[in-house]
Design a protein around this ligand. Structure first.
Ligand code: PGA
Length: 249
């Protein structure tokens, strides 16, 4: 049985003034039926982890450098993020891939670093609009899966997030049929590569305009084990109902 996971990515939003949102989330969800994760901006990780201590909330990071240390001004190693209190690191989010020209090989190096640092990687895959319109979505995602996930992946250190780039931050999520097709495809690929046991146990999240009004129907799609949520994770009033929907799914 895969433990469901709902992850919030605050992206470059929020300061210490937003930390009370975490306190509200923790109060709203004292039990631990699904796993809850918030990835705040790096400067907030330490304080967020303190707020989350002893609650059902986990704290993660939005990105990392692939190296353990060195002259990389402005970057954070996995060791630093873990030291600050992160338990998960997102790798290959679309807001890093295109703007920073991160290729699959770069995402692979980061994913490896996360696993070597004993944290769990949330690897993001997903096609852009031109690729979807050209009927290349499955091919693109297949290449991303084989190009970004190392052989050392397990159900403990890997989560895969399918996020159609055209559905992120647009308010328009992928259709349930598109989500179902892609999640089945990813599940099959993982089973082929890692064997049925591990392939069935790796969690698959959907991301892209998940909100309180569409969460329940998305969570009912087979092979959707939770969500990676951007905008709707910033306020407990929006994120809480999504967590409740996953608990009920
Ligand atoms: P969104 O972002 O929920 O604001 O569409 C999703 C994501 O980027 O993970």
């Amino acid at each position: 049985m895969r433990r469901r996971l709902v992850a919030g990515n605050w992206k470059m939003n929020g300061t210490g003034a937003n930390l009370p949102e975490l306190t509200k989330l923790a109060q709203d969800h004292p039990d631990r039926s699904c796993e809850i994760l918030i990835c705040p901006p790096a400067p907030l990780i330490h304080r967020a982890a303190q707020v989350a201590q002893g609650s059902a909330l986990n704290i993660g990071a939005q990105d990392c450098h692939a190296k353990t240390h060195g002259a990389h001004a402005g970057d954070n190693s996995v060791g630093m993020l873990a030291d600050a209190g992160a338990r998960f690191v997102i790798a290959g989010h679309s807001s890093r891939r295109a703007p920073y020209r991160e290729k699959n090989a770069d995402v692979l190096a980061k994913t490896r670093a996360v696993m070597e640092g004993s944290l769990s990687a949330i690897v993001c895959v997903g096609e852009n609009l031109a690729e979807r319109q050209a009927d290349q979505a499955l091919d693109v995602v297949a290449r991303q899966l084989s190009g970004t996930i190392p052989d050392t992946a397990t159900a403990q250190n890997l989560v895969v997030a399918y996020e159609a780039v055209w559905a992120i931050g647009t308010g328009v999520s992928a259709t349930l049929a598109q989500i179902g097709e892609m999640h089945n495809f990813i599940r099959t690929r993982l089973e082929q590569r890692f064997g049925p046991e591990t392939g069935k146990a790796i969690r698959l999240l959907y991301g892209g305009s998940v909100k309180p009004t569409n969460a329940a129907e998305i969570f009912a799609v087979p092979n959707v084990d939770g969500a990676l949520v951007g905008r709707a994770s910033l306020r407990a009033a929006d994120f809480s109902p999504i967590i409740t929907a996953l608990d009920a799914a």
